[in-house]
Ligand binder design. Structure first.
Ligand code: GLY
Length: 581
């Protein structure tokens, strides 16, 4: 059990000081004088008897636990956590983005919900190219043109309608309304991040933005989001209509018009999330249930697992040169396939069966050389600029007392998405359009290249790496996990799973263990900065090592043999928090 040091023993005097002497939340905080502040502590791992929640914020985890206490199931709790994260985790939690949800019911039924954003109807294949056909830097990552049609609200409604137990959807939104309206104290991590983005916020947000603050943010400051509260209230009262039509839709389209964006009212009305067949495959006596296209996550995860399955990974030893080399080679081949073959299967014939067929995957490893790195094809390599510390998205894992499990990953893409906030509606919009391949072979923010399969088309969904995953062992629920981290999500999920399954680590150890990542292009093994691995041996095999700040932020639950739930957030993220009983 681990408690983080900085949280939250603020005395009333400090809170009132913060309220009166700092310009908190710009004009929106002026009328708030009486707020009940409850100190809260962070717990990053625990073992619970029957119910576990792990998310990127203690207030969100607590809300999930409250819903479970009220008789809601894991799906209800997930929906409530999702809306809460839109308030307390503004860099990635959202109603202006999208995501993927994997469900496994207590009876063993599994389902995959795709509420990924879609390209607006007016989107064109070359919308990010100049007259010479070069990619115009930045406009797919920041500003109004970067925004895909949001899917979260429709997704949450569909998840609740199919699997929820609580009668009223609005009851799952209500806690978020309260948080947005009354405010919450931000952590040091959030204050630092908000400060880092002030300059870029100013380019895309005006003085009504709750995120702008003269003099900068500090931990314990109250973040009040009145307009977001009103939008959430419309969703609470009207469901889908409260977002995709009426006042919220009007404000969103007005925002688009103000900044040269292309989302229309028709785009909003036409948006629909989709239930898809999960990707299911086996690794030894484990069954992996994960996300199909438009995520690359499930297919790539299976490809990497099946790519290493025939080799004695445990015998090679944890992060020995042999095991890093083997995993790297499996990753290299999986990401090469990703670049060529993966995209939205509603628009492109993604060869799902073939790519996840064990014989095909074995064939891909046929030229694996245990002594030497296979050179990646460098023809497509381009101007690659990768900074994994900015790979943002957020993940939540939940298991309820009946044994229903949910693994959900949601995103605005980069930190705070496009940085555009809908004026009057108070929510940030995604910059998910950057996950399309703007031009074949030219890397996106994550250094990922793509081709025809992931080109921009009207109403199409952009390829994702989000990998919400549920694992069974011998037919029983074994693990629920996922991560943020852009292209590194898949390899983070892979490593935490094998750390438990192959190396016998406890879940907190498996999550805390240092990670590495290879994605075909660039042809480097990214490693966490302070990792102790045998770089000399790896370089002798032909590998290039590229230290990065951090890779992935996994949130997972492991069902222990006696049935208890080991749950862990990621020590790389100070706000990760578990709740349960
Ligand atoms: N926006 C990151 C992903 O979907 O992979």
């Amino acid at each position: 059990m681990k408690y983080n040091s900085y949280h939250f023993q603020y005395l009333a005097i400090f809170i009132f000081g913060a309220l009166f002497f700092s310009n908190i939340g710009c004009q929106q905080s002026a009328d708030v004088t009486h707020i009940e502040i409850k100190p809260y502590a962070i717990q990053q791992s625990a073992v619970f008897d029957s119910v576990a929640v792990v998310s990127a914020h203690p207030l969100a985890s607590e809300i999930g636990k409250d819903i479970l206490r009220q008789g809601g199931n894991a799906i209800d709790a997930t929906v409530a956590v999702h809306f809460a994260l839109a308030v307390v985790c503004p860099r990635a939690g959202n109603i202006g983005g999208g995501g993927f949800m994997m469900v496994r019911t207590a009876e063993g039924e599994s389902a995959a919900l795709d509420y990924r954003e879609k390209a607006p109807a007016a989107a064109t294949t070359d919308m990010y190219l100049d007259s010479l056909g070069n990619v115009i830097a930045d406009i797919s990552q920041k500003g109004h043109l970067a925004v895909g049609v949001p899917g979260t609200v429709d997704g949450m409604i569909k998840a609740h309608a199919r699997f929820g137990k609580m009668k009223r959807f609005g009851d799952l939104v209500a806690p978020a309304v309260k948080l947005a309206t009354e405010g919450y104290q931000i952590s040091k991590a959030e204050a630092d991040r908000l400060n880092e983005y002030q300059e870029v916020f100013r380019k895309f947000q005006n003085e009504t933005s709750p995120f702008l603050k003269k003099g900068g943010w500090k931990s314990g400051d109250l973040l009040i989001q009145k307009n977001l509260g009103k939008t959430l209230q419309r969703i609470e009262n009207q469901g889908r209509e409260g977002f995709y039509r009426g006042e919220t839709a009007d404000l969103l389209v007005k925002e688009m018009e103000r900044g040269g964006g292309i989302i229309t009212k028709e785009d909003l009305v036409n948006y629909s999330s989709v239930w898809r067949d999960p990707i299911i495959g086996d690794y030894k006596n484990y069954r992996i249930i994960s996300m199909p296209p438009p995520s690359s996550g499930g297919i790539c995860l299976l490809q990497i697992l099946e790519g290493v399955e025939d080799y004695p990974l445990a015998e090679y030893g944890f992060q020995s040169p042999e095991s890093i080399h083997l995993i790297t080679e499996a990753e290299r081949r999986a990401y090469a396939d990703r670049a060529e073959h993966l995209g939205d299967s509603d628009y492109y014939p993604v060869p799902v069966e073939k790519l996840s067929n064990p014989d095909y995957i074995r064939g891909r490893m046929a030229d694996y050389d245990a002594k030497m790195a296979t050179p990646s094809d460098s023809i497509l390599a381009g101007n690659i600029n990768i900074s994994p510390e900015s790979f943002e998205t957020t993940h939540t894992s939940i298991i309820d007392a009946e044994g229903n499990a949910v693994s959900v990953t949601t995103t605005l893409n980069l930190n705070y998405g496009s940085k555009v906030i809908v004026e009057g509606a108070g929510f940030l919009l995604n910059d998910e359009m950057d996950d399309f391949s703007a031009k074949p072979g030219v890397p996106n923010f994550f250094g990922l290249v793509g081709a025809e399969a992931n080109k921009i088309e009207p109403n199409k969904r952009m390829l994702s790496s989000m990998t919400p995953t549920i694992v069974e062992k011998d037919g029983k629920l074994f693990m629920v996990l996922g991560s943020p981290g852009g292209s590194t999500i898949i390899t983070s999920v892979f490593q935490v799973f094998i750390n438990v399954a192959e190396y016998g680590m406890s879940l907190p150890e498996a999550v805390a263990a240092k990670r590495f990542h290879h994605q075909w292009l660039p042809n480097t093994i990214m490693t966490e900065a302070d990792m102790t691995i045998d770089t000399v041996a790896l370089k002798a095999m032909g590998h290039v090592i590229d230290p990065k700040v951090r890779i992935g932020l996994v949130k997972a639950i492991h069902v222990l043999p006696e049935g208890k739930l080991s749950v862990s957030g990621d020590p790389r993220h100070a706000d990760d928090d578990v709740a349960g009983w």
